[in-house]
Design a protein around this ligand. Sequence first.
Ligand code: SIN
Ligand code: CO
Length: 386
Amino acid sequence: MQLIHFDIDRFLSDHWQKTPLLIRNPWQDWANPLAPDELAGLACEDEVESRIIRQTKGNWALEHGPFPESRFARLGKTHWTLLVQAVDQHVPDVAALIAPFRFIPNWRIDDVMVTYAADEGGVGPHFDQYDVFLIQGLGRRRWQIGALCDGSTALLPHDDLRLLADFKATDEWVLEPGDILYVPPGVAHNGVAVGPDCMTYSVGFRAPSRSDLIEGWSEHLLDTLADDDRYADPDLRAQPNPGEISPDALARLHAMVTAKMADRDAFARWFGQHSSTPKYPEQDWRPDEPVDEAAVRAAIADGADLARNPASRFSFVRQREDALLLFVDGQCFECGLDTAPFAEELCATEQMSLDPELVGLDEAVALIAALLNQGSIAFDEDEFET
Ligand code: SIN
Ligand code: CO
């Protein structure tokens, strides 16, 4: 699925992580993929993360879902927004909105948040830490963008919402169905519904903070370290002042830390597993009975298609031309000559037909069985339902 008149290379060099871009309806034939009442239905479910933001005279109020159906009838005709997270994991047509942006690596993709706003509804001027494509699905929304913000930008005093204290628009557009606004991290933005039934689909990305990376990687390392892996100085010599921590000692201590921290292969394994761990694991595709390799062979011979669980994450790290580490839902699979092409295809496509030749490749059959049994893939695309 490609956007019309959208030059990916140009977008990456001129806009990605740099400046906003308005893309006027680049779809072949835009159709809003989700009806407002279906979105409201999702917001009533326990396993779906949802919020309502209301503007009350000069103030902002936040409510967390799940909501009883009756909540929506009491919201009034203006000044409120319903936000539902990770709708792509429940609605295949919403998941399909990610396809045009697959030129961004899988591990950078977060989810598709969907908002529904009543007339004049919005979530207030703010900035996000992440890149986002804001796709106007239904109705119209006025988007304003402003300055680049950071941790020192003044915010309104509010317990739950991070709204800008002082937002000045530098540009604005009214988006119609199918239009897309790309907003880079840190750029102030404010979207307000113009008229009723305004739906926006936010294809959001993620970027780990340095502190999250260091925390996660160190925690992982700690699990691998033995208590007797200690400082040792069998070559110690008498030193003139016992108070000095000598350069030799410091070098040895520092190396004890940095040598482990700098282990690139171990880091690649950890990061692949860490970044492929699903955020919302509720979409459970695990079969009732474990699938065995004979069943996998039979399905391949039958020409079965594979579908990826929309909540699952697929990435790989290439080790050599014919060897890679496949990461799926926090698990690492070592893939050699027989499995690497399949693993690469799996990472590149959400649905695939299985090559009949895989029947004869024991490692590939075992890998498919493992992925089926952990619920990351399924033979039947009917699984792709709420
Ligand atoms: C919205 O759709 O109203 C909010 C999306 C955003 O600003 O990130
Ligand atoms: Co935003």
